[in-house]
Each structure stands twice: as C-alpha cells, then as structure tokens.
Write a protein of this length. Sequence first.
Length: 55
Amino acid sequence: MCPPLLNEENRSNWKARMKFFVQAFDYGAWKLISKGPLEVLKEEERWDANDNPKA
C-alpha cells in the first residue's frame, strides 16, 4: 500500500487523501501527527509502563 503522491494534478485533494491514508494505516500515528509529539522527560532506562506508549 503506497501513500498518495503529491503532484500538480491532485494538489487540491492530496491533504485529505493523505490524512485518510495515515488514519487507515495507524490511527495512533495520526493522533501523533495532528497533536504533536509527547515527550518523555526521563532517561530510557528509567521508563515505566506509562512512558513506553508516549515514546
């Protein structure tokens, strides 16, 4: 499965198509893209169960 390619012909609807592609592939990835990264402020050796999903 390939993401939609951006070119002159599909410029107007590429953003919506890309959004749907990412959401269908991995909704968690879309949440990360739309809301920004969550930062874990501890060193990796000290992560607990709550820090793994954030990373």
